[in-house]
Design a protein around this ligand. Structure first.
Ligand SMILES: [Zn+2]
Length: 500
């Protein structure tokens, strides 16, 4: 056989192998989705075993020396191809992931998955009872394994935290994120100080909101944004997230709190994540390049639908009558202008996922800083609640009454996700850049939103962001979509324009 057919054969074998690994990864996602939505609580032990096994199999299939040999064999092909082509980007991405993964023993991978699945119910209970001490042993185990993981792959990283960040925001360094956040922090602190004293009435957003009507409204809003019912589901959960197994199996979740409208905004948020999955490139399905680019880019999609669409006046001109019909007790006496001002109230609070757009960034910076302290050993885990509370006071002037509303509020650490949080703010900042890029190409964007016509927006996002999958780095993806890598200024200008 000649050289080219042999290489073509190696490429086919690599794609077959990556298809298996992708399938196993998606199976884990469904197991995790089920754990968080359907599984009887006592099933945790079974589920931890199942997830650890699937994760170990995926890891073994991927780090098999045979994959390394295929990658070596494919080097000449990769070098002969257009670097932007599907095959060249696939080989490059696989090589990058392989070189990282091959340093991690399958037993450690499985132990991390097992510890996380076991920790979840412990965290749920600790959060409900506001009892950090009962969660501490689980957290210690998770952090211990995470630090072992860092030891395995830290080779050459400028900072240990880089290794963890790279799992969520590939090819992005802690120093780059720190620089972005340092640019954001002073103007945000200034804006919060300016706006926090302003008296905005949002009392109508709290009250009695029967969950069955919230559920109907959540379904209505994703129908309006556009989805195929045969490939989407919404289910309730403790901490909303989006999951699924691919383009035609999109699963979003929400939380119908009986005393607030939070579920509506979280549904719009998770819709953005779901749409990203739904519009991933079909021809790259079952390949790593066909998946999402990074969590930051993922979050740019959710924040775009939640904030740029979901808090905009054009959207509410269209949707507010439906809200008034659904909850006449709350909204029949509230006009659109008052409602719109109410959903833009700036009020430093305790909970990140309930935070307004202006204070949101400070919640993320707090976690980003604490996580670096954990990884660098600058904080004892038992002291986390106190450090958390001090930072909440310093950044937002908020006193934390108990750990359930403080250090225990987020699911991430219980799931072993350390290094994740900064992607929320990266995505939020990028969402404004993307929105402005859509506006340049689709000048009637606001009219479309006001008319409930979302096809042009969905199509633009599909073509300029979703279709790229993870062929390129997050910054390159953003540059291709908007003409610029991440920049603080458009976001800061948007906040000032919208709020001040
Ligand atoms: Zn999100």
């Amino acid at each position: 056989m000649g050289r080219v057919p042999r290489m073509a054969d190696a490429l086919e074998r690599l794609k077959e192998r990556l298809g298996e690994v992708t399938d196993l990864g998606k199976a884990t996602r469904i197991l995790s989705w089920d754990q968080q939505t359907m599984m009887p609580p006592a099933g945790t032990g079974h589920r931890a075993d199942q997830m650890a096994t699937v994760q170990r199999l995926a890891h073994e299939r991927f780090t098999d020396p045979e994959v390394g040999r295929m990658l070596d064999e494919l080097r000449p092909l990769e070098e002969s191809l257009d670097p932007d082509s599907d095959d060249a980007t696939l080989i490059a991405l696989t090589r990058r992931d392989y070189e990282k993964a091959v340093n991690v023993p399958a037993s450690l991978r499985a132990a991390m998955t097992h510890a996380a699945a076991e920790a979840r119910p412990v965290w749920v209970k600790a959060k409900t009872e506001s009892d950090f001490a009962s969660f501490l042993p689980s957290l210690e185990r998770i952090v211990e394994l995470k630090l072992q993981y860092v030891d395995c792959v830290a080779n050459g990283a400028a900072e240990r935290y880089d290794v963890l960040l790279d799992d969520y925001e590939p090819q992005t360094t802690t120093a780059e994120v720190r620089a972005l956040f340092e640019e954001l922090k002073p103007p945000l602190v200034e804006l919060i100080a300016e706006l926090r004293e302003r008296d905005v009435d949002d009392s109508f957003l709290h009250g009695d909101f029967p969950p069955d009507r919230q559920r109907a409204l959540s379904h209505e809003v994703i129908e309006l944004f556009g989805h195929r019912p045969d490939s989407w589901r919404i289910d309730p959960t403790e901490h909303p997230f989006a999951s699924g197994a691919g383009r035609d199996d999109v699963r979003i979740t929400t939380n119908y709190h009986p005393d607030s409208l939070e579920s509506l905004f979280s549904t719009m948020h998770e819709y953005g994540h779901g749409l990203y999955s739904h519009q991933q490139p079909k021809h790259l399905e079952r390949l790593p390049t066909g998946g999402p680019c990074s969590l930051g880019i993922h979050e740019s999609q959710s924040r775009l639908w939640e904030n740029l669409v979901g808090r905009s006046l054009p959207f509410w001109r269209r949707f507010y009558p439906r809200l008034q019909e659904t909850y006449p007790e709350q909204f029949s006496d509230v006009d659109l202008a008052r409602f719109h001002a109410g959903i833009h109230a700036v009020r430093p609070g305790l909970i990140r996922i309930q935070a307004d757009e202006v204070t949101y960034g400070m919640h993320v910076m707090l976690r980003f800083e604490l996580e670096q302290d954990i990884v660098e050993g600058r904080v004892e885990l038992r002291d986390l609640p106190q450090r958390w509370n001090e930072k909440m006071w310093d950044y937002l002037g908020v006193e934390v009454p108990d750990d359930g509303h403080g250090v225990l509020q987020d699911v991430h650490w219980s799931g072993g996700s350390i290094g994740y949080f900064s992607t929320y703010l990266i995505g939020t900042v990028a969402s404004v850049q993307i929105w402005e890029a859509v506006g340049r190409d689709v000048p009637e964007l606001e009219e479309h939103v006001g008319a409930g016509e979302f096809t042009p927006l969905r199509t633009w996002l599909g073509e300029h962001v979703h279709a790229l999958g993870s062929k390129f780095s997050p910054q390159e993806t953003l540059r291709r979509a908007t003409g610029s890598t991440i920049a603080a200024q458009p976001y800061l200008d948007y906040l000032r324009r919208t709020y001040a």
